[in-house]
Design a protein around this ligand. Sequence first.
Ligand SMILES: Cc1cc2nc3c(=O)[nH]c(=O)nc-3n(C[C@H](O)[C@H](O)[C@H](O)COP(=O)(O)O)c2cc1C
Length: 181
Amino acid sequence: MADAPSDYLGSLKLLHALGDFFVINISSPNTPGLRELAQPDDLRRLLSALQEFNRSTPDPKPLLLKISPDTEDRYFPDIVSITREFNLAGIVATNTTSQRSPEDPRENGGLSGRPLTQRALAVTRLIRPLLAKDQILISVGGVMNPGHYQARRQTGADLIQMYTGLVYLGPTAAWDILGRS
Ligand SMILES: Cc1cc2nc3c(=O)[nH]c(=O)nc-3n(C[C@H](O)[C@H](O)[C@H](O)COP(=O)(O)O)c2cc1C
């Protein structure tokens, strides 16, 4: 993980001209050690390297941080405060979970979709008041129906992302969720 800042920086340099914004993913459970990057010192080193490069470009892009639903609630204030320190545009909450309830499949890897709905909503609710006024919150995780979408809006998510829902609802998912025909 000591190489993480230069590794992420290499990717950002390659892609910078191509993206409108970038989400820094430190929360996939499928890459060993990745989530350790949420430790304050590691996170500062990472965000500092990425933002320094970003700001040196003629066209700096919004950078957001994607967080894990498995992070203990007491760590969120520090994590969000560090994103403010480095002027990140916001937070994406959340990635997949490593947690399993008794009815979930006993498989390795991150779990997405319905088992994540309540936790992703809870993290969205926790993060909102921690953000600066000009930071945005993208809520993702287990949004599978219009009720889930409404709940995210009510907790103050600026944007809502769906991934697994697309598998179950198909290509009209966004229209169905928004209640449009
Ligand atoms: C097969 C699969 C691959 C994913 N790959 C990534 C990834 O490369 N980077 C990332 O930040 N999140 C990744 N995610 C996480 C999703 O973007 C999303 O945060 C998560 O699945 C929760 O949303 P959902 O319940 O709507 O699927 C992946 C999820 C799945 C299921």
